[in-house]
Design a binder for this molecule. Structure first.
Ligand SMILES: [Cu+2]
Length: 68
């Protein structure tokens, strides 16, 4: 089980967070996605078969790339 906080500058409101939660939630192995619209950060918890690379590429696909 891994947990990572990611900075996502394109987040502007709670709807952005909901979109990210929905899209990342469809990845097998992702068990939790929390977001902070003010801080423009998300916290993702996952286990195999999900990977950080998969999470980052999905964020990029939906136009919410993580910067770190
Ligand atoms: Cu928004």
């Amino acid at each position: 089980m891994e947990t990572r906080k990611l900075s996502v500058p394109n987040i502007t409101c709670g709807h952005c967070v909901m979109t990210i939660q929905r899209e990342l939630g469809e990845i097998d192995g992702v068990s939790k996605v929390e977001g902070d619209p003010m801080g423009k950060e998300i916290t993702v918890r996952w286990d195999v078969p999900a990977t950080l690379e998969k999470i980052r590429s999905t964020l990029k696909e939906i136009n919410y790339p993580a910067v770190e």
